[in-house]
Design a protein around this ligand. Structure first.
Ligand SMILES: [Ca+2]
Length: 549
């Protein structure tokens, strides 16, 4: 509130940070070139926004694709009335293709309230396609844009690079002053967008929050084909290759071997590295004692999936995976085996949702595949990993950059991020140890290389938090309620690097293990530290400490 003088009387009126009226905003008024503002309207606090905002929707980079489809980069900008001077670029996930509400909320990592609720200006986009390019062969999982090379580039890296300066210019014009701090946040493919930004736009963001990054997405798509090829022969159906009971059997075996390694049997395997040495999947084999076990063909498939796909000469095509108790969770089942029956469907969508992307976005040349579960399943079963895996590295006249070039952050095989580091920027990464989509090992290996290439001082600008038990971005038998965005803000704005971060076992999480009560808190530790029990109340983070040994 600010006191202003109106003639001879004084009055208290709310003061807005806005320098312009929201209604009727145009691209010209905001100083934007090559952009159409398609809507601008005030939104009162409520379901659509936690705070009063001016919501601007716009479109840019409009063109007709080589497939005849109309492409554009559509975006939404949330401009809070009570602006805190800062900016968030919200990177979305999956195949993109839709403008999600610009609130800055992640599935996890941004706490109970979104950055928008804290007064950030936030931009969100569809990454340059609308998910509706079907081509001539029917529904294909929103991935048919991959037949158009420029749409691939937009999805891979150009959408963020094109939109970001436009969004900032609009923010600064709207408020009549510069942005103090700029952040980028995303999980999954959104985490990949953030890692790409660190490499390609190293001076753009002061802070990046990076969840479960799919920074090797085309390789992870090969893993998807590999998984299906391992699981399908077990019983002729992904849905029965491993049952829910089998998952529980595996989770229980991992806990028997590993739960206590962190000092407390609480259902959480916090010492992931020690668990890889301590857990022998052979103990899952059926013996004579009648206890729960896996049949030989199930165990063989599980081990193969865990080891990851390999080329004919034995070279890994993606990554290995970590044994962890979160393998029992619903999310793991959805991505690896089967999804629940959707309200509109008569049968489960078998977990082949990555097939359309492998066929149409992550290979050169792309392959036509129909969107039916049967067609997608058949595509993955017939994908020749020994002979066709190189298609993720291939180029052609129509696709002059390979899928790996388009999707991965340049230099990520041997990362140093010198320009990002030298710009003074900070990044926080987090990844569920039981993520079934992107292997936590891939992110952990990347971080180890980053640290080595920075003389053991990567922690001065990048910290990595593995989350035991957590699945893809959130969920699973884990303490997976945490606010790493707040930790990032403090690091960027106060120079105080995050150490142990508190995580809560959310009451809304119906998969909490026995031993982890709803509301209990734990510590998330920056790798290579591990949360170890020190004694005291088992439901309090204060009873744990982050240590390397
Ligand atoms: Ca434990």
């Amino acid at each position: 509130m600010k006191r202003i003088i109106l003639g001879l009387t004084t009055a208290l009126v709310p003061v807005s940070a806005m320098a312009m009226d929201c209604g009727g905003l145009t691209a010209e008024a905001l100083g934007l070139q090559g952009v159409r503002v398609t809507a601008a309207e005030p939104v009162a606090p409520g379901e659509e926004s936690p705070v009063a905002i001016c919501r601007v929707r716009g479109t840019m980079a409009e063109r007709t694709g080589t497939d005849g489809h109309a492409y554009a980069l559509d975006f939404e900008l949330s401009l809070p009335e009570d602006w805190n001077g800062n900016y968030v670029h919200q990177f979305n996930g999956g195949n993109d293709g839709a403008v999600k509400p610009a609130t800055g909320a992640l599935k996890s990592g941004t706490g109970e309230t979104s950055p928008l609720a804290h007064g950030y200006a936030v931009v969100s986009s569809d990454a340059g396609h609308d998910g509706k390019a079907f081509g001539a062969f029917g529904l294909a999982g929103g991935a048919a844009f991959g037949f158009d090379f420029e749409a691939r580039q937009m999805y891979g890296y150009k959408a963020v690079a094109l939109l970001d300066p436009v969004a900032r210019k609009a923010v600064e014009a709207f408020y009549g002053r510069g942005i103090d701090h700029a952040y980028g946040i995303g999980c999954s493919n959104g985490g990949r967008h953030a890692m790409v930004a660190a490499a390609r736009m190293p001076g753009a963001f002061d802070g990046l929050l990076i969840g479960a990054p799919g920074f090797n997405l085309p390789k992870a798509a090969l893993q998807h084909a590999w998984d299906v090829q391992q699981f399908m022969p077990v019983s002729g159906s992904l849905a029965t290759a491993l049952t829910v009971e089998d998952q529980a059997t595996i989770g229980a075996a991992v806990r028997r071997a590993c739960d206590g390694l962190d000092g407390l049997e609480d259902g959480l395997v916090s010492d992931t590295a020690a668990c890889q040495a301590a857990f022998d999947p052979g103990t899952l084999a059926c013996g004579d004692d009648g206890t729960a076990c896996l049949a030989p063909e199930k165990l063989a498939a599980l081990k193969a999936v865990h080891d990851g796909p390999r080329a004919a000469d034995g070279t890994p095509l993606y990554a290995q995976w970590s044994w962890d108790a979160g393998i029992e969770a619903k999310d793991w089942r959805m991505w690896k085996l089967e999804s629940p029956i959707p309200p509109w469907g008569h049968r489960p969508i078998i977990a082949t949702m990555g097939a359309a992307s492998l066929a149409q976005v992550f290979t050169v040349p792309p392959a036509e595949v129909e969107g039916t579960p049967e067609a997608l399943e058949s595509f993955l079963m017939s994908f020749d990993l020994a002979g066709e895996a190189d298609r993720i590295f291939a180029t052609s006249d129509a696709f002059p950059e390979s899928p790996m070039q388009v999707m991965t952050p340049p230099g990520s095989d041997d990362p140093e991020l010198a320009a990002f580091r030298d710009a003074g920027a900070k990044m926080i990464l987090f990844h569920g140890v039981s993520d079934p989509v992107f292997s936590v090992n891939d992110t952990a290996d990347w971080y180890v290389k980053l640290d080595a290439n920075n003389g053991g001082r990567a922690a001065e600008f990048a910290r990595f938090y593995p989350v035991p038990g957590m699945n893809h971005c959130d969920g699973g038998p884990a303490a997976e309620g945490f606010d790493l965005f707040a930790a990032l803000e403090t690091w960027v704005e106060e120079g105080s690097a995050p150490e142990a971060v508190e995580a809560v076992a959310r009451e809304a999480n119906d998969e909490l293990p026995e031993g982890l009560a709803p509301g209990a808190t734990r510590l998330l530790c920056p790798a290579p530290q591990v949360a170890r029990y020190q004694g005291g109340a088992a439901d309090r983070a204060g009873s744990f400490a982050c240590t390397e040994e």
